[in-house]
Design a protein around this ligand. Sequence first.
Ligand SMILES: Cc1cc2nc3c(=O)[nH]c(=O)nc-3n(C[C@H](O)[C@H](O)[C@H](O)COP(=O)(O)OP(=O)(O)OC[C@H]3O[C@@H](n4cnc5c(N)ncnc54)[C@H](O)[C@@H]3O)c2cc1C
Length: 428
Amino acid sequence: MPIDFEIPEEIKNQSNLTQMVAEQVMRKYSRYYDEREHERPWEYINFIWPFMKSMEAANLKRSLRQSHNGHNGHGKNGGNGKKKQSTFQVGMIHLIENLSWGDAGIYLCTPSSALAGAAIQAVGTPDQKERFLDRFTHGGPKWGAMAMTEPHAGSDTSAIRARARLDPETNEWVLNGEKIFVTNGKLALEESDGILVVWATLDPSLGRAGMRPFVVEAGTPGVIITKQEHKLGIRASDTVSIVFEDARIPYDNILGDPELKKTEAKTTKGFKGAMKTFDSSRPWVAASALGIARAALEFTRDKLAEEGISVPEAAPYHQLSAIQRDLLQMEADLKAAWLLTIRSAALMDAGKPNSLEASMAKTKAGKVVTSITQKCVELLGPLGYSREYLVEKWMRDAKINDIFEGTGQINTLIVARRILGYTRRELK
Ligand SMILES: Cc1cc2nc3c(=O)[nH]c(=O)nc-3n(C[C@H](O)[C@H](O)[C@H](O)COP(=O)(O)OP(=O)(O)OC[C@H]3O[C@@H](n4cnc5c(N)ncnc54)[C@H](O)[C@@H]3O)c2cc1C
């Protein structure tokens, strides 16, 4: 599929707004919330919520229309006989990149359906989309979160032990287990009328095939937040552990097929739902990484320019100094990761498979942001290491992008398997 490099008008307008929010609202509070980890950036939350609400409303409308028409990635007829392609995912990439340029930790506090929304969009029925996502289109700020990781199950999601049993008397699911490192878990469950998508197993002996996502609504008894993390970076972001003790969930809150078919042991139907969620969330993480990397590179370039160091245009490579070569390399890496990210999102907007491209973008962006921010600290010396500037913070904020939504190693494995045609069992 060719990439359209022209940025649609509606995305340009949105980009101008988010860049302005990033510069004038987020940067102002960056250091403050980095130092006060468990305080909430309400100035930002209240400012961005009306905009996020309208985005959620437009996305829900588009998704319901697609569900009714059969998904083809295209919006309604633009009036000239040609169907208008959705730009939602590409728009999200621009939005997340800009906001993360402002501050990646504060960006993660953006009220939205987030990963819960991605899971519901990926495997929910039209009725479930309306029932769970409509709340994000009105009222006060709300958060969605997703819980997969457990103390004994990280990269290997098939090892999850959280269990969902059907109580035949009440026709409710009963959830038990523990989830750790849940981004926005407290915001979703205790600080708003939000939702948490929890991955649990109907039958642990089935591995991936037994996994299903369940929507847990704020205020559900038996859902207990047990720990708030203290982190290296993205410290403004809310990260918690959650225990489920006989938490009762309505029957209709299971996403996807509730039946375990006789042939289920041979299929990975439940797990495919998780993979579909990652197809949209991995490009989002890549975009966040790129926002941090751009922030660090721009700052470093400006500081070096003040010292008279810049890259002369069209100079032969062998005439450049080591610092000038570093600057060029960082720019090239950033552009490469950006193009992979835009491509993975554009494929999704076109209704085409993007799992390979999403993992490629996530791997590349995770590596690029880690190396660029480290190099920036190195090039600026004490100025890079000092807390007077944000470069040291960007270096700390960077690393998470190489960890969550599948680590760099796991996404590299996915890319290798897909390119070389190996199964999960053949290449692990
Ligand atoms: C701040 C933060 C927020 C998070 N938010 C969420 C969230 O909202 N929801 C959620 O469900 N989870 C969340 N996570 C969890 C995150 O997704 C996991 O940490 C991640 O999937 C890795 O799992 P693990 O930590 O158990 O590492 P492990 O799986 O134990 O891996 C440890 C190391 O071994 C490597 N490794 C593992 N298997 C292989 C292999 N086969 N080949 C090569 N290398 C391998 C990994 O790449 C990694 O470097 C969050 C984590 C953090 C730190």
